[in-house]
Design a protein around this ligand. Structure first.
Ligand SMILES: Cc1ncc(COP(=O)(O)O)c(C=O)c1O
Length: 424
C-alpha cells in the first residue's frame, strides 16, 4: 500500500472510529467511475462486477445532467406543489402490480423498510414480524431487529420471529415450499401466543443477501397465505433485486409469483443519489397516513425525483433489463464451463445480473469454503476485477454489476476468474 493510502487509513480510523469495514485485504482508493469501470488514484482501472447502486452505469451522463439541471433550478420538499414527485410516483407505481398505486419517497432502504413495518402495524393492528434468519433489511432501531447477522445491542425484542433462510444448494426440506410454510406457521402461532399478533412478513423475494437460492415460482405462496390468514401483510424488499436487475422480470416478487401488499425500493433507484421509496395500495396508504403524520425533509425532493426519473429513462431507452438477461445468461454459461474445470465451484445460480457462484472445498459434500471465497475475491481485486461475497455461509461469490455490463465485460470477468481459479 502506498503512503497516501496508508495516511487515509489512519485519518479514517481517527475520523470515523474503529471497525468501519473496507473491502479487500488491500483497500481500493477510487477516484472516478464511468459505465462499468472505476479508476483508482493511480489511474488503474477496475471492472466493477459488484456495485448495484450505480444501476445504469457509474456517472451516467443522462442522470448526472438531470441532477445538475434540477439542482440549478429548485430544490425544496414535499410541502410545496411540484410535478417531479408526481411524475415519478405515477411512473414507478405503473411498473408494479395493479394493487400498488401510491408511494412515499424517502432517502434510504432502511427508512423505506422502517416505514413498511409501520404501515403493516397500522393496517393489521398487530406488532409481530417474520423475517429469515440470514437477512439484512437496514439499520434503524426497528429494522435492525430483523437482522440475525448483526444482532441489535441489548438483544432482540419479543415481537420478531426468524425462519430459516432458503438454501437451494443444501436444501433442508425435500419440498422447500411446504417446509418454509411450516416454519412460517409456527412463527405465526408463536406471535399470536405471545400477544404480539402477526403484522407481516418481510422478505427480499430474490433472497440476495441469503445467496441467491434458486426457487421455483409459487414457492412462497403457502407461507404468504398463512401470514394473511393471521391478519398480516407481505412486504417485498426490492432494494436489491428491483428495477430489472434480475433480467427476467422488473421485480423479484414477479419472478417468485408473490403479490406483496407493500414494496420497498432503494439502492439502484437514484444511481447513487440517495433516494428510496415504499409503495402500496391507496387503502393501506390511507390507513397509514391517518394513523401517522409522516413528513421526510429530504424524501421526494425535486432533485431526488429528477435523478430517479432519469434512471427510469435510461433503463427504458437502453433496454437494460433485457440486456441484463442476455449478459447474465452468457456469463452463467461461461461460469458453468469454468465449473467443469475447477471443482471449487459447486454451483452457479441467479438471473440476469444477480449471480452467485458457490465456492466449496468438497463438491460431493457441498462443503462451504469461505476462506477460498475470500482468497478469490482478493485475487480478482489484485487483477483489476471488483467482486464480493455473501450467502448463508459467506462462500458465494457475488456478481452484481451495473446493468451496462455487456458481453465484453462478461468475457473479461470470465478470463480473469479463470486465471485466478487456476492459481487457487
Ligand atoms: C435487502 C436490503 N434491504 C435494505 C437495505 C438497507 O438499505 P440502505 O443501506 O439504503 O439503508 C439493504 C442494504 O444493504 C439491503 O440489502
Amino acid at each position: 500500500m502506498n503512503v497516501r493510502d496508508q495516511n487515509l487509513l489512519e485519518r479514517r480510523a481517527h475520523a470515523l472510529g474503529p471497525n468501519v469495514r473496507l473491502f479487500y485485504d488491500e483497500p481500493v482508493h477510487l477516484v472516478r467511475g464511468a459505465g462499468t469501470w472505476v479508476y483508482d488514484d493511480r489511474g488503474r482501472k477496475f471492472l466493477d462486477c459488484y456495485n448495484n447502486v450505480p444501476h445504469v452505469g457509474h456517472c451516467h451522463p443522462h442522470v448526472v445532467e438531470a441532477i445538475c439541471k434540477q439542482a440549478g433550478t429548485l430544490n425544496t420538499h414535499t410541502r410545496y406543489l411540484h410535478a417531479g414527485i408526481l411524475d415519478y410516483v405515477e411512473r414507478l407505481t405503473a411498473k408494479h402490480h395493479p394493487g400498488i398505486t401510491t408511494a412515499i419517497m424517502v432517502c434510504t432502504g432502511s427508512e423505506a423498510n422502517d416505514l413498511a413495518l409501520r404501515m403493516a402495524e397500522a393496517s393489521s393492528g398487530h406488532r409481530g414480524f417474520i423475517a429469515t434468519n440470514h437477512t439484512y433489511h437496514g439499520n434503524t432501531v426497528a429494522v435492525s431487529q430483523l437482522s440475525v447477522t448483526s444482532p441489535p445491542p441489548g438483544g432482540f425484542a419479543g415481537h420478531i420471529r426468524h425462519v430459516p433462510a432458503p438454501d437451494s444448494y443444501r436444501p433442508t426440506h425435500a419440498d422447500f415450499a411446504a417446509g418454509f410454510a411450516a416454519h412460517v406457521e409456527d412463527a405465526c402461532k408463536s406471535l399470536v401466543q405471545s400477544g404480539h399478533g402477526v403484522a407481516g412478513m418481510i422478505l427480499c423475494p430474490f433472497f440476495v443477501n441469503e445467496g441467491f437460492p434458486e426457487l421455483p415460482k409459487g414457492s412462497l405462496d403457502e407461507a404468504a397465505r398463512i401470514v394473511r390468514a393471521h391478519g398480516g401483510v407481505i412486504i417485498g424488499d426490492e432494494v436489491q433485486p428491483g428495477f430489472g436487475r434480475i433480467g427476467s422480470h422488473m421485480w423479484g416478487y414477479e419472478r417468485i409469483g408473490l403479490v406483496p401488499e407493500i414494496v420497498t425500493m432503494g439502492k439502484s433507484m437514484g444511481n447513487g443519489h440517495p433516494v428510496a421509496a415504499v409503495a402500496t395500495s391507496l387503502a393501506l396508504m390511507s390507513t397509514f397516513r391517518n394513523a401517522f403524520k409522516y413528513f421526510n425533509t429530504f424524501g421526494g425532493n425535486p432533485v431526488s425525483c429528477a435523478a430517479a426519473n432519469a434512471v427510469l429513462d435510461v433503463l427504458e431507452t437502453e433496454e437494460l433489463q433485457s440486456k441484463a438477461l442476455a449478459t447474465g445468461s452468457h456469463l452463467m454459461t461461461g461460469l458453468r464451463k469454468l465449473a467443469e474445470r475447477y471443482h471449487v465451484i459447486g454451483d452457479v445460480r441467479g438471473s440476469g445480473l444477480a449471480i452467485g457462484v458457490e465456492v466449496v472445498s468438497d463438491r460431493t459434500q457441498r462443503t462451504p469454503d469461505k476462506k477460498t471465497t475470500d482468497a478469490i475475491v482478493n485475487d480478482l481485486r489484485q487483477n483489476g476485477v471488483l467482486a464480493g461475497s455473501n450467502g448463508i455461509n459467506y462462500n458465494v461469490l457475488k456478481i452484481r454489476p451495473p446493468l451496462q455490463f455487456g458481453l465484453a465485460e462478461a468475457d473479461h470477468l470470465l478470463d480473469v476468474l479463470g486465471h485466478v481459479l487456476a492459481r487457487t
